[in-house]
Design a protein around this ligand. Structure first.
Ligand code: AMP
Ligand code: MG
Length: 348
């Protein structure tokens, strides 16, 4: 299959390209597209054969359900059996935006989209290209991240092309995404809303709207129960090199990383470092990459996956990363980084 990449300007969306994307989606084909979180790989969510193509293209385990993307609130009743009050409030506050809500599904949503579950995860992305494409494609677009399963989620169209060239007919290139990590997922099928995946929308932000919110205990590294979101049990975003996170005071972390790099270099092991604008000048050796500045969390989240991909292209066999617990999105950033590192942490 030949893959066409079309540049789309989000401030002046080319209607012809949207029609082309919409026609492909309605035929049951796949279209990759930008959202504010990461690039998605879209298919008609109400057509299980189309959804099956997503699993095949990504090599995704079939028990890992897909998020259904909508562009208008009017679209919600058709795919849900009931809309909880909390969902209405959260949608009013955070949609369009990086929040996915899990609700009971209606009969029109095939099990092929929900991985066999009776619930459906729904999101309205805050990206003009995504919204236009969804409307042209019939209004219900199942879309996981547009990467091969196990690779970092794509934050540029070129990342999508690296994984999906020859596999999907069309990639819409809307430039770099803004947030760079996947949406917050909240399950609204129980009494108390439960966060199944941390993201840009934090627990505190949700609590302001709906009161008590809990975090799925299955997300803890040492939990005996599996995570409630089937996808969270897989080791996503695994870089080729061994990644370790160095945690402690900024001074101690810089010192420790430099000592580890020196040890590795003496043994001839090519070593990578993930630092920040505040620290990169203090790493004299190793392949040093700057994640962003600690004064702007989005600069960190938006570069995380791209940097992991860059390291896959390098000779680094080991990577040490600084840790990022602080700030509103700290837990979401650390959740992704810890998964990429297989939870290997060096405390100093
Ligand atoms: P991705 O689209 O690649 O970001 O992954 C979607 C995530 O949403 C995975 O972790 C899924 O397990 C989760 N998810 C999708 N639908 C449901 C659902 N009905 N219940 C719980 N988790 C879901
Ligand atoms: Mg994904």
């Amino acid at each position: 299959m030949q893959t066409i990449i079309r540049k789309v300007d989000e401030n002046c969306i080319d209607e012809m390209i949207m029609k082309e994307a919409g026609a492909l989606l309605k035929q049951g084909a796949l279209v990759a597209f930008p959202t504010e979180t990461v690039y998605g790989l879209g298919a008609n969510a109400l057509d299980s054969e189309a959804a099956a193509k997503i699993y095949a293209a990504k090599g995704r385990p079939s028990d890992n359900p897909l998020i259904v993307h909508i562009a208008d609130m009017d679209a919600l009743p058709l795919i849900t059996a009931e809309i909880p009050e909390a969902a209405k409030k959260l949608a009013a506050k955070f949609w369009p935006g990086p929040l996915t809500m899990v609700m009971k599904k209606s009969e029109v949503v095939p099990y092929g989209t929900t991985g066999g579950l009776d619930t459906v995860a729904v999101r309205m992305p805050a990206h003009p290209i995504a919204l236009e494409m969804i409307r042209h494609g019939g209004g219900y677009i199942a879309a996981p991240s547009a990467n091969t399963s196990g690779r970092p989620s794509p934050t540029l169209a070129s990342h999508v092309a690296d994984d999906m060239d020859g596999i999907v007919p069309l990639i819409l290139d809307g430039g770099a995404v803004g947030i760079g990590i996947e949406s917050t997922i909240v399950d609204l099928t129980d009494e108390i809303p439960t966060i199944l995946r941390p993201g840009f929308i934090t627990k505190e932000m949700l609590q302001e709207v709906v009161g008590e919110v809990q975090i799925d205990k299955g997300l803890d590294a040492d939990s005996k129960t599996p995570p409630k979101a089937p996808g969270m049990k897989y080791r996503h975003y695994a870089p080729k090199a061994e990644l370790m996170i160095v945690e402690g005071s900024s001074e101690a972390v810089v010192e420790k990383i430099n000592a580890l790099v020196k040890e590795n270099e003496e043994k001839g092991i090519c070593t990578g470092i993930i630092g920040t604008e505040e620290t990169v000048s203090r790493y004299p050796a190793g392949i040093v990459k700057c994640m962003g500045t600690r004064n702007d969390e989005l600069s960190i989240s938006s570069h995380l996956y791209g940097i992991l991909r860059e390291f896959d292209e390098s000779d680094a066999k080991v990577i040490y990363s600084e840790s990022f617990e602080e700030g509103a999105m700290g837990s979401a950033i650390m959740n992704r980084l810890l998964k990429a590192a297989g939870h290997k942490i060096i405390h100093v």
